[in-house]
Design a protein around this ligand. Sequence first.
Ligand SMILES: [Fe+2]
Ligand SMILES: [Fe+2]
Length: 202
Amino acid sequence: MSMLERAEAAERAMAEELDRTIVKSVIYVSGDPANHLMQSARLAQKSGVADKLVLACLIHDIAIAGFIRGDHGYWAAQLVEPYVDEEVAWAIRYHQALRFFPDESVGYEYPKMYIKLLGADYQPDPYIRRDYEYARNHTWYMSARLICINDLYAFDPTVQVQLEEFTDVVGRHFRQPKEGLGWDSSPSAHMWRTIMMPTKYL
Ligand SMILES: [Fe+2]
Ligand SMILES: [Fe+2]
């Protein structure tokens, strides 16, 4: 193959790549994460959870809503870390591990949905257990636990919560960059850009 032919082949491959129809797979989005988040935040607010933790509930699954399901607590924490209180990001990171471990002292049971989805004999990965044990002994343990307590699975699809209900909470606790998410120079800006342009060629 001559150099020109190789260049043309590369060009064709690139064009094909760009033409590919993009569909969001379930690794990115499934269910109705936005509604789930808003209903969780509303429940947290009604039960008198501290204002900044209402924000934590509002965005705790933000990775599932726009990025990826696997290890969503860790990804979400990294996404929002530059813009929220350290405790909020911490609670979001550890809610993922805590969900697998009941805490009867606050009325948190192992989710029935996990038995249905993962089987009755499911064992969380060792890193989840390790992070749970770390979080269990941390000063902010209850903040992450509050996300689990207000994390609604059996949510009512007929109840529609509007984001406007939380405009003030977001305004008080989320430092929106003036350039817009993705366009500032924070350590997670590239992640927000990937959410907006997931198939950008380079
Ligand atoms: Fe979650
Ligand atoms: Fe959730």
